[in-house]
Design a protein around this ligand. Structure first.
Ligand code: GTP
Ligand code: MG
Length: 362
């Protein structure tokens, strides 16, 4: 059933299962994790809904854990250079009620979760538009909503258009923040006009796009921006199942002198627990420790929560999928199979070397 859904031969799926150390026959049911990993290797993304249809056992598992609950929006801030992206994020972080509790922002990770009176929002700090596109090209759609920052004194510029193109190509809704309204030469109507020409007409002009007027510098309109994010997010009806095994994406990763390979992971489905075994890109590991975005140790993290995970066997790439699996054996066999495949493809690009030859060399 799984093979036919992926339009491949059953023998290929069985061979793949064997390469992962799972001895399976044609009519054997495989668990959701295994099916997901196999599907990923064949270039398929398995959604919970599709998973339900794949097999009886999988259907049951999906049903058992099928508890969709609202989750906070994941937001990316984009816009032209110097239009105030960082300043807006800084102003928003000052409103975070959790910061006071933690005694200030102790560290920077590539994503952070802000608790505000309007509601919770997770911000992903993408270093640039290229990173957004790179992530998307690898199937890592992590953003629910883009905040497009346009300086009122400067108007629509090259990277504003670029950001719009990226967001629209990804099908992500755009909320406009017209920033620097405190400037004497600010011209909000001009920004609205220019953006209307790019299919982003404001609501008060009969369009569909939500606009917020802000001054990050003078702290004007920031609360309203947070409320507007919630309003737009509500329409998206964002949900996730916190009861299943965690699945997420790597936002950034690096080698830390003291702690080894660490990755900032945005949990998208399920709940990630300390002690969980996982596969991440070509690597595997066990969650040895987890820190939240304020540097506090935590034991679990649910959907839309970014965490820094320690206990990886290597440094993955931004955009890599992070998947919790049943045990260490599964984690190791899948990651090594993936690493081997990656090497095979790398070698295959220069010379036609078979997998057997690769083993001989090793
Ligand atoms: P890049 O990351 O370099 O693309 O810039 P950015 O979009 O993050 O802009 P940033 O927040 O660094 O702000 C650029 C400059 O604009 C800084 O000097 C800010 O102080 C200033 N600035 C940001 N927001 C405002 C605002 O609302 N009003 C005024 N007057 N200045 C602002
Ligand atoms: Mg910046």
């Amino acid at each position: 059933e799984l093979a036919s859904r992926m339009k491949v031969k059953a023998s290929e799926v069985i061979a793949k299962l064997m390469s992962l150390g799972v001895m399976a026959t044609m009519n054997q049911a495989v668990d959701v994790d295994t099916a997901m990993l196999i599907a990923t290797d064949f270039g398929y993304e398995v959604e919970q809904g599709i998973t339900e249809e794949i097999g009886i056992q999988m259907f049951e598992e999906a049903e058992e854990g099928g508890e969709m609950q609202p989750r906070s929006p994941v937001v990316t801030v984009m816009g032209h250079v110097d239009h105030g992206k960082t300043s807006i994020l800084d102003a928003i972080r000052k409103t975070d009620v959790a910061v006071g509790e933690a005694g200030g922002i102790t560290q920077h990770i590539g994503a952070y979760h802000v608790r505000s009176s309007a509601g919770d929002v997770t911000f992903v700090d993408t270093p640039g538009h290229a990173a957004f596109t790179e992530m998307r090209s690898r199937g890592a759609q992590i953003t629910d909503l883009v905040i497009l920052v346009v300086a009122a004194d400067d108007g629509v510029m090259d990277q504003t258009r670029e950001a719009i193109n990226h967001a629209q190509a990804a099908g992500v809704p755009i909320l406009v923040a017209v920033n620097k309204i405190d400037k004497p030469n600010a011209d909000i109507d001009r920004v609205k006009r220019e953006l209307s020409d790019l299919n982003l007409a404001p609501e008060d002009w009969g369009g569909q796009t939500v606009y917020c007027e802000t001054s990050a510098k003078k702290n004007i309109g920031i609360d309203n921006l947070m409320e507007s994010i919630q309003l737009v997010a509500e329409m998206l009806e964002l949900k996730a199942d916190p009861t299943r095994k965690a699945k997420g994406r790597v936002v950034e990763a690096q080698l830390d002198k003291g702690r080894g390979a660490v990755a900032t992971v945005l949990v998208q489905e399920g709940t990630l627990n300390r002690g969980d075994h996982f596969v991440v890109g070509q690597f595997s590991g066990k969650v040895r420790a987890m820190l939240d975005d304020k540097g506090r140790p935590i034991k679990k993290a649910g959907p839309s929560i970014p965490v820094e995970v320690q206990g990886l066997s290597g440094v993955p790439s931004a955009g890599d999928e992070f998947l919790v699996v049943t045990d260490e054996k599964m984690a190791k066999s899948v990651s090594s199979a993936r690493a081997l495949k990656a090497r095979e493809m790398e070698l295959g690009a220069t010379s036609k070397i078979s997998l057997d030859k690769l083993f001989e060399k090793m």
